[in-house]
Design a protein. Structure first.
Length: 172
């Protein structure tokens, strides 16, 4: 069986924002009988989540001794539940608009069907994958392809009823 390769630990320069003595070795708590780590700093988790989005890789590829893949997924889910990620998405789009400028003269909406093997709220039978679980993602992008809004629906849902909610998802 092929062994999964782990991402290399972050360099000292990459961890500079953590402050001196705050690298992976400093996070290990030898006083706990099971050797547990204290909670990973929010900034470290955030940086790793950005890496996952930018590189499009799996959580276990970005995980290291300072922050496990499980921690990354758990904190992502916590931040989604508390609304932090929605606020962050709005701030990022506004910052992009200020720095580079959104091309809102030319908006596009399109949908795609993706697999959903573990189901979920928006999953349903897929008409293109032998009836397996799937979901449809309707995405709104600006002229340069920057995503501005998205809506999830069961895979068999037609695109036309998703147009209005997709346009309504445009960040204010």
């Amino acid at each position: 069986m092929k062994e999964r390769s782990r991402a290399r630990p972050a360099s000292v320069a990459h961890r500079a924002h953590l402050g001196p003595g705050r690298g992976p070795a400093a996070l290990h708590n030898d006083s706990h009988p099971l050797g547990h780590h204290p909670q990973s700093p929010d900034r470290l988790v955030f940086d790793k989540l950005v890496q996952i989005l930018v590189f499009g890789c799996a959580y276990h590829r970005i995980a290291d001794a300072a922050c496990s893949g499980t921690t990354l997924r758990r904190r992502r889910d916590e931040w989604i539940a508390t609304g932090i990620m929605e606020t962050l998405a709005t701030l990022v789009v506004a910052a992009y608009d200020r720095m580079i400028g959104l091309d809102s003269r030319d908006l596009a909406v399109d949908g795609c069907v993706t697999k959903a093997p573990w189901g979920g709220e928006a999953a349903g039978r897929s008409p293109v994958d032998r009836g397996k679980q799937g979901r449809k993602r309707s995405l709104l992008v600006e002229g340069q392809g920057i995503p501005l809004g998205a809506v999830l629906a069961p895979a068999a849902r037609h695109d036309s009823p998703l147009l209005e909610p997709t346009l309504a998802s445009l960040a204010p």
